[in-house]
Design a protein around this ligand. Structure first.
Ligand SMILES: [Zn+2]
Length: 380
């Protein structure tokens, strides 16, 4: 009896801690110069979490308590300060967003002036579908663990059910990467505007279907707005006081290989099995339900990279030359239009080994051309 009561107390304490607003008091973000495996071990022991997508020798960003910086110096690790007071940055953002006006009408650029909640994103999707009934229709991709419907839109002037090629853009697998959903929404806005003002876009939309799913981990996204700004995973209760499975390590192609953690506390926890999570199951089923999808893009941040499979191995895929050509053209187009330098390459050789990612499954299981973009910035 006592032990089960104690277990209950521990469980409820863990839950209470997890639902308390995280302030990041006393924390900072540093860019460390990792010169050896020993340096890396020291940092992983001292830091709250690694903040870069790439964990290797060289420059890596970490979230660290300022009180632990002396230990880094004592260990001879060089670092530069990137964000001296993380709590202040998170607090200021929260205040700014709380006082920001609601977004404008469809097509109004001011809607994109700042980040939007999941409710605001869904309202905008509805607004587009109502304003452009012959072009935009609502689609859903199942529901999240907490029961939120994963919402999206189909943009096409081709008749519904016409067997035309489709391209799917998704964002928000990682909850804290807020620029992803906004970029997917910006793309939707550009296509909707372009349908009536740009002959090339009008032609594409009359011969293709574009699916846009701006927030495919809505529970995690909501959690970043209400509780923990830097939450990355979904909201799975792992049953041991930790929460969250990394959706982008849970996909069922070469699941459980390198670059995915078996530790439920890890930010890259792969889950108990491939497709153990409702978010990955329902997005997988969306691909099954739309066999006309021939292209796929998955948005993340940050690092400014255009990436293609494989993530689970450094071996190049058979179609590496084609991927290389597509990714390099994207890189060049981004540079020409916004002046931002991106680097293009295979995930495992450009970023790091990562198994269970969406692009590996979409390409490996469905034979669909699939890329990931790590959006701005570079951690500056
Ligand atoms: Zn990500």
């Amino acid at each position: 009896m006592l032990s089960s009561l104690l277990a209950l107390c521990v469980a409820s304490t863990a839950f209470a801690d997890d639902s308390a607003v995280v302030t990041y008091d006393g924390e900072c973000v540093i860019r460390a110069d990792i010169r050896s495996a020993r340096d890396l071990r020291t940092l992983l022991a001292i830091a709250e979490e690694e903040f870069s997508h790439r964990i290797d020798l060289g420059e890596v960003d970490f979230r660290v308590k300022r009180a632990r910086l002396a230990a880094l110096t004592a260990a001879g690790i060089r670092f530069e300060m990137r964000v001296p007071d993380l709590a202040e940055v998170v607090r200021n953002e929260r205040v700014r967003l709380a006082t920001a006006a609601e977004g404008g009408i469809a097509g109004d650029a001011s809607w994109f002036a700042d980040f939007k909640t999941i409710a605001q994103i869904n309202a905008k999707l509805d607004e587009w579908a109502i304003a452009h009934p012959s072009l935009v229709s609502s689609v859903t991709a199942g529901a999240s663990l907490e029961g939120r419907v994963v919402r999206g839109i189909r943009i096409s002037s081709a008749p519904m059910g016409a067997n035309v090629p489709a391209v799917l853009f998704d964002a928000g697998q990682h909850a804290r990467e807020w620029i992803g959903p906004m970029t997917a929404m910006f793309l939707a806005n550009a296509l909707i505007d372009g349908a009536s003002s740009n002959a090339r876009i009008a032609r594409i939309l009359s011969t293709c279907e574009i699916f846009i799913l701006p927030s495919v981990n809505p529970d995690g996204y909501e959690h970043t707005w209400t509780t923990a700004r830097l939450w990355r995973k979904n909201r799975r209760d792992n049953g041991n006081g930790t929460f969250g499975v990394d959706p982008n390590r849970n996909w069922g192609f070469q699941w459980g290989r390198g670059g995915a953690s078996t530790d439920p506390a890890s930010e890259t926890y792969r889950g108990t099995a491939a497709f153990s999570e409702p978010e990955t199951q329902s997005l997988r089923d969306f691909f099954y339900a739309h066999p006309n999808i021939v292209g796929h893009m998955d948005y993340h941040s940050y690092s400014q990279l255009v990436l293609w499979p494989w993530g689970y191995t450094t071996t190049a895929p058979l179609e590496a030359p084609a991927f290389d050509a597509i990714a390099d053209r994207m890189r060049a187009t981004i540079l020409a239009n916004g002046g931002q330098p991106y680097i293009a390459g295979q995930i495992a050789t450009t970023l790091y080994i990562a198994s269970g990612s969406i692009v590996d499954w979409v390409y490996g299981d469905r034979a669909i051309t699939s890329l990931t973009i790590e959006l701005r910035d570079t951690g500056t």
